[in-house]
Structure formats: C-alpha cells, structure tokens
Design a protein around this ligand. Sequence first.
Ligand code: NAD
Length: 504
Amino acid sequence: MTTSTTTLTQISHFISGAETPGDGDRTRPVYNPATGRVSAELRLANRADLDATVAAARAAADSWGDISLAKRTAVLFKFRELVASHVDELAALITAEHGKVLSDAKGEIGRGLEVVEFACGIPQLLKGDYSDQVSTGIDVFSFREPLGVVAGITPFNFPVMVPLWMAPMAIATGNAFILKPSERDPSASMLLAKLWKDAGLPDGVFQVLHGDKETVDGLLTHPDVDGISFVGSTPIAQYVHETATKHGKRVQALGGAKNHAIIMPDADLDNAADHLAAAAFGSAGERCMAISVAVAVGDAADLLVKKVEERALAVKVNNGTVPGAEMGPVITTASKDRIVRIVTEAETAGAAMVVDGRDLVVPGHEDGFWVGPTVLDHVKTGMTAYTEEIFGPVLVVVRVADLEEGIRLINANPYGNGTAIFTSSGANARTFQRSVTVGMIGINVPLPVPVAYHSFGGWKASLFGDKHIYGPEGVSFYTRGKVVTSRWPEPTHASGASYNFPSN
Ligand code: NAD
C-alpha cells in the first residue's frame, strides 16, 4: 500500500454552510479499495467541532421549522434537480472510495433520489386531521411538528442512498439534520452538502460531521440532539439505540442481516439462479439486502447449485471504473481477511467448496482488496458461514426437505431484514409471506427494497426502535403530533363552571 501524507487531499467537515477542517487533530486514511492505496485523509471531529455543529443546527432548526411548506418544497425540488444532474460526479466518488462498479453506484443514487421525490410531496404528507363539532361548539384537530435537531449515522455500503433515506425526510419535515457518514467513504456526503446549499437550503440545516465512535457518542448523548437515525451493523445499532434512548432521544437503529432465499423445486431455476447470483455478488455482497443464504428445497438443490456455479464463475470482477465490470473489491483489507477466514472455516467444517474466490487476483490491481464470488454448498447452521453476516460475495447453500423446514430456518435466525421465495406456486408464496418473521419479503424478487412511498425496515436484530425508515414512517419518525381541542364561545356566553371530567 502506498501512503503519501504530503500530497493527500484533506476531507473536511461541512458546518454552518461551509467546509471547515475543524479543531480536531485526529485524522484517518481513506482508501481506494480497488488499488489498495490511500486516496485522502479524513479529519475527525473533536468536542468543540461537535458542539459548534449542534449549536448551528439548533439555531437553524428554529427558523427552518417555522418556514412555509411552499418554501421548503421549493428547496427540495431544486435539490432533486441538482442530485439528478450530478449523478456522474457522485457515482465517481462512490466508486473511488467504496469500490462498487459505476453502474451500481448510479443505481444507489437513483434509489436515494426516489426518497427526495417522495419528500417533495411533504405538504400532502403533513396534512393533519380535523373533526368538526365533536361536542357542541367544539372542534378537534391534529398536526405534526418537527423534532428539532436530528442526526444520521450511516454505514459505508451506501454512501449516498442511506443518507438520502434520512436527510430529505428530516429536512422536509422541518428539522435540522447532522450527517455523520461512514469514515471509510466520506467524500460523497460533502458533495451532497454542497448541493443542498446550492439548492437554497439555509446554512446549518444540513451539516456533515466526520468522526468515529467519539463523535457518535457525542451525538448520542448531546442534550441538544432530539433524534437519531442509525444504519449499520447490529451490535452498533443496539448500542446506539440503548445509549440514545437512555439520553431521552427518539431513535431508529437499523442493523445487519442474513437474508435467506427459498428456492422451490417448482421455480424457474434459470431465473432464480440469475437473481441469486446478482443478489449475492452485486456490490461484492456488501448490501444489507444481499441474499447470502440460498435455501434449496428438495429436488431443486443439485441443478440450482450447478446454475449458480456457472454464473458465479462468469462474474466480471474489476475496478468499478472499468467498463463492463460487474463486481468490485470489498471495502478493506481487514474485511477481505475476515471473509477468507470464514470461508476457510466452513470448508474445514465440511462445507463443499463449489466456487472459491479467496485467491482472486485482478491484473493491474494486485494490491486491491479482492475476493471473488464464492459458493459454499451443504452448509450447516452451526458453521460461522451461516451464523455470521459475512458481508462479502459469498453465497452459502443450505439444503432442506420442504417449504416448512425452510420457513423454520428463517424464523430461527436472529436477523429479520429481507427474505425471498422463488416459486411458481401462489399457494407457496402466500404461506411464505404470512409465516416468515421478516420485515421485507420478495416473491420472485431477490432484493425487495421497498419503494420510497412504503417504508424500509427489518424485524428482530435488524431493527431497534419502533419506526421504519423513509416513507410514511419516516414522516412520523421525524415529527411529533399535537392535538388541539378548540372552542370559540360567543362573547356573551357564560355557562358557569362544571367540576366533572369533560364528556361529550
Ligand atoms: P458499522 O456498524 O461498522 O458502522 C456504521 C456507523 O457506525 C458508521 O458511521 C461508524 O462510524 C459508526 N460506528 C462504528 N463503530 C462504532 C462504535 N463502536 N460506536 C459508535 N459508532 C460506531 O457498519 P458498516 O460496516 O459501516 O456497514 C455495514 C453494516 O451495516 C452491515 O451490518 C449491514 O448489514 C448494515 N446495513 C444495514 C442496513 C439496513 O437497512 N438494515 C443498510 C445498510 C447497511
């Protein structure tokens, strides 16, 4: 790995409408995973930076929360236009720091844009309820107000989409939003900040504060932060939920996953194999909705494994900037080592190695963090390849006798983010959708990420908190309700005091 500290680009924070290096003296390197080289140095916030950011957010929240819906939506529409016209630039930043191929990077921006578009409809979404004449001369109405200052703590695997799951919803509902992006691929968040500013968003409403655990802990416990949205791994999601709720904040914390797909013998196996390969190896398996466990039912297994093997061997792995590349590197050398270790443990424990991606070398990129598509068959539930979220391009195949056994397997798993079934039977699909303890379900759809006007969220260890993210639940998460009971008596009216509890 090459580290040249003298020429490195510095990545700063975005506080009060301007890029600033801040006060902190800690930094950490940012890598290009395809080359293995350090590409920039990220400045990490200290306590003074955190306090300055929260203070700016507090001041901005008061006026932004009070601004008319018409003015808020004008900013959102403009922001939508600017993101759409900067897709190439954003995608290049994602690929350079995350490693996913450019077309996939553009795909995540597209899914993020959907949420911006949904947020453009905020006047409709914030319409309250009105009950006329609930008692003689009395009306009741309800409406929602912003929480105030909210922070979003995001993972490395979607450096644009996940911030866009949060920020447009938080901002449209009248909050000031502080983004603490992943320290592994922080640059795209800085371009998003610039686009918000260019869209006319007042300073302090969207800010970016870079940091690690120290910064996260500061946000979780800061008395002036009202809400926390977190997306990341399960242990950290649980920690974030516990810590921030203890400090009186509203919290939604989305965690990790181990998504199973059941393949029935009645499925179109070519179609299933295409989708399984794409869902397991796309983005090098670094998706919270990746299919990492194929549950092959009965007779489907042998033929399915053969078809997945053919597809795994054909995946074009390369630097994400190379035209035609279908899969890039994994995020760090530590991640590569962990994936290789888990695959080796499974092999030692008796799993059958169908496709082995451990020793992949990409010519011209020998120092990149490469793991090739890997398929393990006959995996047992006690193996670490089954119990851990691998977060790499590894598909494990578990064989079961029937649909019921497959559903029992899914429901016994501690995670409950996404799942899918491949079948040509409506009855099987219906049994599946009604029985699984999982939040997002695909029927012949491998990555059932809900569109922006539904909400996204898993069950069990995949989500801590009550509200799913974006969509109608996002509006609810970033606001709190008021109910007004109102009477306008005639000036001459005097009914005398009643000391009973009011009834209608
Ligand atoms: P991560 O948990 O390591 O990091 C997420 C965020 O938490 C980062 O901003 C990081 O700086 C911060 N963080 C890390 N360690 C911390 C600590 N000890 N204390 C406080 N903050 C800490 O996750 P990651 O590796 O960046 O992302 C991959 C994980 O995210 C996977 O488990 C994946 O399934 C999950 N994920 C889930 C969803 C979902 O919607 N459920 C979506 C995307 C990713």
